[in-house]
Design a protein around this ligand. Structure first.
Ligand code: SF4
Ligand code: SF4
Length: 134
């Protein structure tokens, strides 16, 4: 999930599509201690009735595609999450520049859907093709 400025090699810089509810709608957490004080301080509550427990996205910590609490405690799933695109870059199947182009196009499409200029189905197809594992 959304990285920090010092990891300049990461394609996650400035993306945050998995934190803002675009790619996934919920994030699994083990328990309250896994959720952590920073997110609790931002008003995040665990949906304990879910199995496993989850927090609902968008996460209030994502700002301009970056995690504002990256240097503080984050749920363990935040560090472990990989979308299909980030996995493909790590595997060498997609270059970083190709991935950045895909991310830019997806962010544009997300914004056009938000503004009502595009149908959500266009965005969902892009997400299924590039970000979600089947
Ligand atoms: S590239 Fe994938 S894992 Fe990285 S922030 Fe974007 S959606 Fe999340
Ligand atoms: S805590 Fe940070 S990395 Fe985790 S979902 Fe929220 S913005 Fe993303």
């Amino acid at each position: 999930m959304a990285g920090a400025p010092e990891s300049e090699q990461s394609i996650c810089i400035g993306c945050g599509l998995c934190c803002d509810g675009t790619v996934v709608t919920h994030l699994a957490v083990r328990d309250e201690s896994d959720l952590g004080a920073p997110l609790r301080g931002l008003g995040v509550e665990i949906i304990a009735a879910a199995d496993p427990p989850v927090l609902e996205l968008p996460c209030p910590a994502v700002q301009d595609g970056r995690c504002s609490i990256h240097h503080l405690h984050r749920p363990s799933a935040c560090a472990q999450f990989e979308c299909k695109l980030s996995r493909a870059v790590l595997d060498g199947a997609v270059s970083s520049s190709e991935a950045i182009a895909v991310i830019s196009a997806t962010l544009r499409t997300r914004d056009e859907v938000r503004s009502g200029a595009l149908e959500v189905g266009v965005l969902q197809s892009m997400l299924d093709q590039n970000f979600r594992s089947s």
